[in-house]
Design a protein around this ligand. Structure first.
Ligand code: GLN
Length: 499
């Protein structure tokens, strides 16, 4: 029997089909590896071994009975803990939701269950998905399987670390400004941010509703495409999901897009880009040229306003979305909210309760965003900040539209640096925000992006290549990514985790 924890999801499907391994054996192998290694990696907040095994056995029974099984039958999938799972804890990495059990289920979770995937556990994240390292989680940081002294990136760092450490073959994350692509890059795996509207956001705890999108992680492009095909599609429960047919992403995956024109984004090679990352990305571009792609220089002139615009739009929406956590209906409720000062005595008890609950429930980064966003939206300042940011957002989108008239896919680094050490950026919000410099514009424009492994630094840290495609061109994006993968073996490298 193969070692299921060294196999891709696609090959595990074939092995089950051929009767060489059962869903239960696959599930046990991953649970055993989690047991052995997750104490070091800390990718998971919770693992439900009993439920996972029961689901796996049910798949085996149905297969034995000759019944049809779903597209992910018997494949363990790790879930970021900001996706609602009915009746089960969904914490968003926050004390605010430490005891929250949603009475409903995210559409994506329902689709995974319907495809007979095995939900193996919920993964760690920066609180409410705000961050780039998982250091903002109220439950401790996850570690990068390539170097346990470094962060896995974030905010979907737990999901990326789980796949990189072979604790699950597939994982689901969310990307508001880079939270799938950046941790995928830092952990040496594939991560895809779908077009805004491609995947239903119903049941994804909202951070910034006009930017959030759920997407897949896998070891290779095929596995990532497989998972995207299961979760994509219009959903009546999410009015922003779009009624575009979901293509069969696997059908023509190995066909290189004809006459592929790649655009090398000039602004993605500026100050702050690590030399080893730059060298690996330029080498990847040469691989594309050898494969017959035409590479052109293109410009996205408003890129430099991406971070400022994102850090107004995202906090503005966050301040509104997080207003619901006040201890009345949603979220942690403070036990003690007695007035401590004369000034507080004049505040009505209900308001004091809300103030104490929010002070206790939220961590410092979330509070910072709520304050930034509230300020950016406040009367008198909205025109200077929020409304300006919306205009910049339009210009950024126009830049992409113009670039995609010249080329099919844009290319550049995913993250300016490889994985950084704990604490290295945590004390400096701006330094942390700059790790999203190449990813946030994708979300502002609503287009699709993927990060694929394209190298290792001398210190054996993974490097990610980012490819971007127009809205709803995920199929082109995946096929383009596959061109690189066929010519290289970076996606097959694994970290050396001592057991
Ligand atoms: N790191 C970015 C932020 O902190 C993006 C987060 C995300 O995509 N969820 O907002």
């Amino acid at each position: 029997m193969i070692d299921p924890t060294r196999a891709t999801a696609s090959s595990l499907l074939a092995e089950q089909e051929a009767g060489r391994v059962t869903a239960e054996e696959i599930c046990r192998a991953y649970l055993e590896r989690i047991e052995r290694l997750d104490g070091q990696v800390k990718a998971f907040l919770r693992v439900d071994a009993d439920a996972a095994l029961a689901a796996a056995r049910a798949v085996d029974r149905r297969r034995r009975a000759g019944e049809r099984v779903g597209a992910l039958a018997g494949i363990p999938v790790a879930i970021k803990d900001n996706l609602c799972t009915r009746g089960e804890l969904t914490t968003c990495g926050s004390r605010m939701l430490a005891n929250y059990r949603p009475p409903f289920e995210a559409t994506v979770i329902g689709k995974l269950r319907a495809a007979d995937a095995i939900l193996i556990g919920k993964t760690n994240l920066d609180e409410f998905a705000m961050g780039s390292s998982t250091e903002n989680s109220a439950f401790g940081a996850s570690r990068n399987p390539w170097d346990l002294e470094r962060t896995p990136g974030g905010s979907s760092g737990g999901s990326a670390a789980a796949v990189a450490a072979d604790l699950a073959p597939l994982a689901v994350g969310s990307d508001t400004g880079g939270s799938i692509r950046q941790p995928a890059a830092l952990c040496g795996i594939v991560g895809l941010k779908p077009t805004y509207g491609r995947v239903s956001r119903y049941g994804l705890v909202a951070f910034a509703s006009s930017l959030d999108q759920i997407g897949p992680f896998g070891h290779d492009v095929r596995d990532t495409a497989l998972l995207l095909g299961v979760i994509a599609g219009r959903d009546a429960a999410d009015a922003t999901s779009v009624d575009e047919p979901v293509p069969d992403y696997l059908a023509r995956l190995d066909e290189a897009p004809e006459g592929l024109r790649l655009g090398l984004v000039r602004e993605f090679f500026g100050e702050g880009l690590d030399a080893e990352v730059e060298a690996a990305v330029r080498e990847a571009v040469r691989v594309y040229e050898s494969a017959g792609a035409v590479v052109k220089d293109v410009s996205l002139p408003h890129s430099r306003y991406g971070i400022p615009a994102y850090y107004i739009v995202a906090p503005a929406e966050c301040s509104s979305n997080l207003a619901r956590y006040d201890g009345t209906i949603f979220g942690h409720r403070a036990e003690n909210y007695e007035p401590r000062t004369a000034e507080e005595e004049s505040i009505p008890p209900l308001i004091r309760m809300m103030m104490a609950s929010r002070s206790e429930g939220f961590g410092s980064e979330v509070k910072r965003r709520i304050m930034l966003g509230t300020f950016a939206l406040s009367a008198g300042y909205a025109d200077q900040y929020y409304n300006q940011a919306l205009k910049v957002r339009r210009l950024i989108r126009n830049d992409f539209d113009a670039a995609f008239r010249e080329v099919d896919v844009l290319v550049g680094p995913t993250s300016p640096t490889p994985a950084f050490r704990f604490g290295e950026k945590a004390s400096d919000p701006l330094a942390m925000y700059l790790s999203d410099i190449y990813t946030v514009t994708t979300n502002l424009a609503g287009i699709a992006g993927i990060s694929i492994p394209c190298g290792l630094t001398r210190a054996q840290l993974p490097i990610g290549l980012q490819l971007l495609a127009p809205a709803f061109a995920e199929e082109r994006l995946l096929r383009t990514a596959r061109v690189f993968e066929r010519a290289t073996d970076w996606h097959q490298r694994r970290p050396n985790l001592a057991s």
